[in-house]
Ligand binder design. Sequence first.
Ligand SMILES: NC(=O)c1ccc[n+]([C@@H]2O[C@H](COP(=O)([O-])OP(=O)(O)OC[C@H]3O[C@@H](n4cnc5c(N)ncnc54)[C@H](O)[C@@H]3O)[C@@H](O)[C@H]2O)c1
Length: 289
Amino acid sequence: MLESITTIGVIGAGTMGSGIAQVAAQAGYTVRLYDIADDVLQRAVERILHFVNRAAQKGRLDPELARTVPERLHPTTDLHAFADCQVVIEAAPERLDLKQRLFADLESIVAPDAILATNTSTLSVTQIAAATQTPHRVAGMHFFNPAPLMRLVEIVAGAQTAPHVCETLAALAERMGKTPVHAKDVPGFIVNRVARPFYLEGLRLLETGVADHATIDRLIREGGGFKMGPFELMDLIGLDINFAASQSVYNAYFGEPRYRPSLLQQRMVESGRLGRKTGRGWYDYEEDA
Ligand SMILES: NC(=O)c1ccc[n+]([C@@H]2O[C@H](COP(=O)([O-])OP(=O)(O)OC[C@H]3O[C@@H](n4cnc5c(N)ncnc54)[C@H](O)[C@@H]3O)[C@@H](O)[C@H]2O)c1
């Protein structure tokens, strides 16, 4: 199946979708990138080409390959353009109803043997697949942020996913230079399950006035040897996405107190301070936004 893949559809041109589109184009695939608005797509393509050129300048990407990326990228606001995609990777916002609707729509557009993958961090792959008539071809393909740099990809089988679908996605991840790991369809899979208390304990320390967010980040980096503290990481991920993931894991584990989201997260989202992507989150990025 891997050899028959030439064209990959990516849904959502935000933080993850644009990164995944970049990775796929750099691996030599034709990429169709869907979003709901032209200006979002335009910004995404500019961002991708900027990163591709930078990677080529720094010697991390073959300049010949970098030159071919623009002709491989096909932005669109019409999902019907995905008709020739053998694989679709969905990276739309972390909302079950939205993802279910997209998968149901896709089913009537792509070929019957096309693979439908979701980049969800915490939602049930089984539940997303249940919105289709062909749940055997739906699986999770969970990239990490930033997708062009992070090697790990979790491959997640839903309750009805056919084994060959996960095998093909794992082989595709390898073709993209990634390290695939098979994970079970449990809320948060492996990495987001382990990482959830990282953010939430940081928020609880802040809520109870133990330390401010910059101090917590600095201690975790300097004392703990982590690359980023929880607040810096939330800004990179996007506070809206991180909050949605917190809610999703909390609800999926029947209100398990360990995973209780924080009101502070909610306030930040309500005030539109979503992190790097909006120029402001826990920190100010106005200059490089
Ligand atoms: N941000 C992270 O660190 C991260 C890491 C791994 C996985 N994920 C997952 O990836 C998915 C996307 O997250 P993100 O951070 O890229 O979000 P984002 O907010 O940066 O991007 C989402 C994109 O989806 C578009 N969109 C909105 N409604 C849509 C619709 N109806 N159909 C198609 N596109 C629509 C938006 O315009 C936006 O461009 C989520 O499921 C999230 O859980 C995020």
